[in-house]
Write a protein of this length. Structure first.
Length: 281
């Protein structure tokens, strides 16, 4: 079987939203209160989303992935946040061999192709389970809800201009994507991110964590936050202005305004597709 052509065609998770036209202005204190949860472990990249969760909820321990000899490394940022908040940080080293060793099990667990980040999340969850933590917080979902994909939202016309542009961003191999592309055109970018893109990110985390015996908790997608953000004016859904305003009370500016980067792995999508094929997917 082929690796997923379109990234997120078989997602099970659905963002809890009722699509109405009510427009409200979101209260920052309300969002902060809704983000509170009693979970003692967090996956911490040192980016705004996970750092804010750690700040608000004060977990006992944080976990970050480290790829030896890889130029982009989130460890220094995670250490900065952990030291600032005075919480324990565990750095989980992920080598190529260790990464590869997880893929067959995770594919069988999922019954589908994998996202390149799933092995990394799985290895973090394995360590959390070993340390006695059965639940872990993740910052997944914040980008879609709070406007982390600013370029996509501001330049919506550019990204939705043609099927080829859509293919280049959302497909790993050549395959017809007429249905998801048409959905994108009909819904608009923000709804597309909530209903198609975000569920794919959540599914990958659920698969990775549950495979390790750990329950993933997504505070940004709970306690009615998705509905609040759907109803918010677009000005509050660009560039994470809400999260940045909340974080300004607690975190250093270098964390809050750090340039956004994707969850990195040393292996790009094309190589990962080949790795899937190597084991018969």
């Amino acid at each position: 079987m082929e690796y997923l052509a379109f990234r997120y065609t078989k997602t099970k998770y659905r963002v809890p939203i009722k699509f109405d036209d009510k427009v409200e202005r979101v209260n920052l204190d309300d969002i902060e209160e809704r983000l509170r949860c009693k979970v003692e472990a967090v996956f911490l990249s040192g980016g705004l989303d996970s750092s804010l969760l750690a700040t608000i909820n004060k977990p006992e321990i944080a976990y970050v992935a480290h790829f030896p000899k890889f130029e982009h490394d989130e460890v220094k940022w995670a250490k900065l946040v952990a030291e600032y908040l005075n919480i324990e940080l565990k750095v989980i080293e992920i080598t190529r061999d260790r990464y590869l060793s997880t893929i067959e099990y995770l594919i069988k667990q999922k019954g589908d192709g994998l996202h390149p980040n799933e092995p990394c999340l799985y290895l973090l969850a394995l360590q959390a389970k070993k340390d006695g933590y059965n639940k872990v917080m993740l910052g997944s979902g914040a980008d879609g809800l709070f406007g982390g994909y600013t370029d996509l939202l501001i330049n919506e016309t550019k990204w939705m201009s043609s099927k080829q542009v859509f293919m280049d961003r959302y497909a790993y191999i050549k395959k017809d994507v007429s249905i998801p592309f048409r959905t994108w055109k009909e819904w608009g970018m923000y709804r597309f991110l909530l209903e198609i893109h975000t569920p794919g990110l959540i599914d990958r985390a659920i698969n990775a964590c549950t495979a390790a015996g750990v329950e993933p908790i997504f505070p940004y997608l709970e306690n009615g936050i998705p509905q609040l953000m759907w109803n918010a004016p677009m000005g509050q859904k660009i560039d994470k202005v809400i999260l940045k305003e909340i974080a300004n009370k607690y975190l250093p500016r270098e964390i809050i305004y750090r340039k956004k980067v994707a969850f990195p792995t040393p292996w790009d999508a094309k190589e990962f597709m080949l790795l899937n094929k190597e084991i018969g997917w």
